[in-house]
Design a protein. Structure first.
Length: 76
């Protein structure tokens, strides 16, 4: 990626997991199953950038994380 990825005027963002904080509650995957899946132990696997139309749901998943282990980070 060259740092200039833009979708409809908004820079793309990705979800990042703080593995030291994550307790595998799985709430993030329930709120944003289009982007987050869970491994066999309940830990999140984030698959790529968050599409613009799901940005609000991603913000909600970050805010709802009981362990404060999820954050949105700009790409580029």
């Amino acid at each position: 990626m060259d740092g200039s990825t833009v979708t409809s005027g908004r820079r793309m963002e990705s979800l990042q997991v703080d593995w030291l904080r994550c307790d595998a509650h799985g709430l993030c995957a329930e709120l944003l199953p289009e982007v987050i899946s869970l491994d066999d132990w309940g830990y999140p696997f984030v698959g790529g950038p968050v599409p613009e139309h799901l940005h609000g749901f991603a913000e909600r998943a970050v805010a709802a994380c009981p362990a404060l282990a999820l954050r949105l980070e700009r790409l580029g």
